[in-house]
Design a protein. Sequence first.
Length: 609
Amino acid sequence: MNLRNVAIIAHVDHGKTTLVDRLLQQSGTFRTNERVAERAMDSNDLERERGITILSKATSVLWKDIRINIVDTPGHADFGGEVERILNMVDGVLVLVDAAEGPLPQTKFVVGKALKRGLKPIVVINKVDRSDARPTEVVNEVFDLFAALDATDEQLDFPILYGSAKEGWMAAKPEGPKDQGMAPLFDLVTRHVAPPIVEEGPLRLLATILEADPYLGRILTGRISSGAIKQNQNVKVLSREGKLVEQGRVTKLLAFRGLERTTIEEAFAGDIVAIAGLENANVSDTIAAPEVEAPIAAQPIDPPTLAMTFRVNDSPIAGTEGDKVTSRMIRDRLFREAEGNVGLRIGESSEKDAYEVAGRGELQLAILIETMRREGFEISVSRPKVVLSRDEKTGEHLEPIEEVVVDVDEEHSGIVVQKLSERRGDMMEMRPSGGGRLRLVFHVPTRGLLGYQSELLTDTRGTAVMNRLFHAYAPFKGEIPGRRNGVLISTDQGEAVAYALWNLEDRGPMIIEPGWKVYRGMIVGEHTRGNDLEVNVLKGKKLTNIRTTSKDEAVRLTPPIRMTLEKALAYIDDDELVEITPKSIRLRKKLLDPNERKREDKRRETAEV
């Protein structure tokens, strides 16, 4: 069969998407005069800015009469479930490794899954043009990694290519030749990756990727395991357990041709196609001919581990910076997101005009919030809470535990061990990883990791790399100490004055700047003590006709704490919210009125007694 299905797997930022760009260009998919955006596969703005792939995407190129379907996969652990399902669609993997950094933990996670499925890897050492490249050592590290992951002898005998996706060449040696472009890689894929194995029998296709299209509705992508599929064909959908989900008709059958999805009349076993027309089918479901009774074995969707409440922004300056502020708009947007994102679960909240959104991790939820604010939404969100599960036999609460791998310089390892132990983490392994660095492996409750990323970078002067993935549910590990400091709360509405902020500096660091709009109940800084303190940030200097020394006239302010979205979500307490608009990120108390806050505190104290 003149068809090859291959996935590109690698750690975040090792060059997967750039490599796909070059493959598309050099296979003649683009015309020579056609302008194409760099990193064409990362189609949304956030993917481009953060330099990460969030959604899996498929493309295809034609090389010497052989069609190669290429799937670009996410490298971040929050989207790990996506990677596992992708591997069911392909017959080979390109393991892309940075020539300087070597294989990092996320590479281990994805490669481990690929080796277990029996896929034979091709190792591509990318970025050999870097000044600190060390391709030979990196190949040895890759071999050691494969061996540690119980690779078979056949998998350990992997072919290797070296090159630079950025410069557009690959070769059998690190030094080149560079004049053959990507041809050596194309030829190796067609030789080394087996054609798809086709089963006998009627149509069966496992849905692997789900997306929502404004014109076609739900679109499911997957590989045809057996039989053929035609446009307008009647099909039925079976869940992983074999229950009937729905019966329907394939209204559109799409195949990947370069970056475009083209309508086709018929597709055969082995090919990767997209289907529109089904209303309830989901990822991990089997789309089959009406006579089929048994589903294809599938990977379950990872359970959500974090939940947060999205609510209408009811601050005094709501609606001044965004144009989508109503409860109905927020509800429609969230449910639309859930249609195309299987990792999210949306539900009504017990609070008025609020919705509970559960996802796989902080990054996934932060990306949803960032996307919504760019679309003009104004929302308030609560502190993320862990989604607990219950043991059916004992009835006790279970919480999600994550495997955390930290690569850190030896001198900073002590503080990492101390901080993760405080967060109820258990150290499982500590070993040298070369170059004066240690690799630490912990099992830590998801609760304990909220906000730890920025703290880790501060503690290790930006040298540590942390990767995490869902490990298991385990009995509740007990309380984890939260923020020890109180906050400074504005008593009035207006614009912050430099003189007032300067006078409050001994009370604690600020998180706002002069000229910022503030309102009653908004958090303007961190108190040096454990209690909250109400302060006036609008109070200007009383003017008199008495001259002062020049040093008194120039107010020099300490730079404020910069609150990014992720930092703000981790910083707030249970009685606080993050207000998010297209222009600003503000912290505030849930109850803006100080008298209401006092009443709530008394009510809580009474309930605890």
